[in-house]
Design a protein around this ligand. Structure first.
Ligand code: C2E
Ligand code: CA
Ligand code: CA
Length: 399
């Protein structure tokens, strides 16, 4: 496998050179530039896997550079470096994520080898756990249209990956979240962010959810017929308009002989609910039928406190943007701590998603957070692998 490439932009040549050396010592192919125009030129020629950007530069600052990268639909992982305080770094990181860029993290100057390695791994051999799905995922964006999706539904091209959730305290498997992927005949695996919004706008999301429900419940009932494991499924806020939904979903559970209490429905963007009163009725009916309800991405603008109090949730999911920063940002740790306390004071289970290292898992455990999910524990994986994962985990915990 060829070495991974890093492109460094820093207006201070001495700092740029140092980062280049550190990156090379980690096995990367590395280059540094000091000017934004040079940077954009090298970006096209080199197509780096990772970019490190100084936040504060005289000509064009890091935030402007990230806007340009977003316009170019840059897929490289970005490391933001700066001598600024953590609040500014966090804000820059959030801005970059909101522009759709993939952020590996922020790193304070002076940059150490260990800090860089923790964020980006090593150049010759990725130390990020890779799964089949990340290797084959389609990297180039393509315009998904409603007829494409209709076709994909007709041909049953949607498949599910399952990501484990564990109990923070014991480390035992608590369940899985089902995450949809489109197995495109020409483009390989297409990720949900590329087609869920299209499905929502084209009125196809209910048909998609129905297929996902059927497929995942079949897998779940065959894999774990007699167990306490739970299965979490994502439900679009746009789907909360059909009052029959609770009956339809219960019927599927009944068909596969799964207790509705083992199913957790995760809702995002609750503020985008089409009809707030109907949604309240619908969610109340779902709870009465036994389903667990989780408020996803809590702490972002879309899942607000008002919705938390108004709707009958049983679980709160701390957004991964805070969790992924826990190790580096005391502000993020404060937010997580407050959400755990808030959740518990309302009698809810608290899950943290986006757990990417042991330190964060330990921190969550020290807060009394109930459940954890993230790449450190396991990446989303095909059904068969998920079944084996549970077995292996049991053996690891008992030894
Ligand atoms: P989500 O519900 O917040 O799901 C968590 C996303 O974070 C997943 O991305 C997962 O692969 C990723 N993730 C998990 N652990 C980590 C980690 O440690 N670090 C990082 N950086 N990421 C992590 P994915 O699978 O690409 O899904 C993206 C979004 O698409 C989901 O966000 C959800 O909103 C939506 N989605 C996925 N499956 C479905 C579905 O079946 N129905 C609906 N309506 N939406 C879905
Ligand atoms: Ca979710
Ligand atoms: Ca989430």
């Amino acid at each position: 496998m060829p070495n991974r490439r890093i492109l460094v932009l820093d207006d201070d040549a001495a700092v740029g050179q140092t980062i280049q050396w550190i990156a090379e010592s980690l096995g990367f192919e590395a280059e540094f530039v000091t000017r934004p125009d040079e940077f954009l030129q090298r970006l096209d020629q080199m197509s780096p896997d990772i970019i490190t950007i100084d936040l504060v530069m005289p000509e064009l600052d890091g935030v402007e550079i990230m806007r340009l990268l977003a316009e170019r639909k840059c897929r490289a992982k970005i490391v933001i470096s700066s001598g600024m305080g953590t609040r500014v770094l966090d804000a820059a990181q959030r801005s970059a994520s909101e522009h759709g860029l993939s952020i590996a993290g922020v790193i304070s100057k002076p940059i150490s080898k260990e800090a860089l390695r923790l964020l980006v791994g090593e150049g010759s051999e990725s130390n990020e756990p890779q799964s089949v799905e990340t290797q084959s995922a389609s990297r180039d964006e393509f315009e998904v249209t409603a007829p494409d999706l209709q076709n994909a539904l007709d041909r049953h091209e949607f498949v599910l990956a399952y990501q484990p959730k564990i109990e923070c305290r014991s480390g035992a498997t608590a369940g899985f979240e089902a995450l949809v992927r489109w197995k495109h005949p020409d483009r390989g695996i297409v990720m949900p962010d590329q087609f869920i919004p299209v499905a929502e706008n084209a009125g196809l999301i209910d048909a998609l959810t129905a297929q996902i429900f059927d497929q995942s419940l079949e897998w779940f009932s065959q894999s774990f017929p007699q167990s306490n494991l739970k299965l979490s499924l994502n439900i679009s806020a746009k789907s909360l308009v059909d009052i029959q939904m609770a009956d339809n979903l219960s019927a599927v559970c009944h068909r596969f002989q799964i207790d509705t209490e083992r199913i957790v429905l995760e809702l995002t963007e609750t503020s985008a609910m089409v009809d707030p009163i109907l949604s309240l009725d619908l969610l109340t009916r779902l709870r009465m039928k036994g389903f667990q309800l989780s408020i996803d991405d809590f702490g972002t603008g879309f899942s607000s406190m008002i919705q938390l109090v108004r709707l009958p949730f049983s679980e709160i999911k701390v957004d991964k943007s805070f969790v992924m920063q826990a190790q580096h940002s005391s502000e993020s740790r404060s937010v997580i701590k407050s959400i755990v306390e808030l959740g518990h004071s309302l009698g809810l289970l608290v899950t943290a998603e986006g757990v990417e290292n042991l330190k964060t898992l330990d921190y969550l455990n020290s807060l009394g957070c109930d459940l954890a999910q993230g790449y450190f524990i396991a990446r989303p994986m095909p059904g068969e692998a998920a079944r084996n994962w549970v077995e292996q985990r049991k053996q690891r915990i008992s030894t």
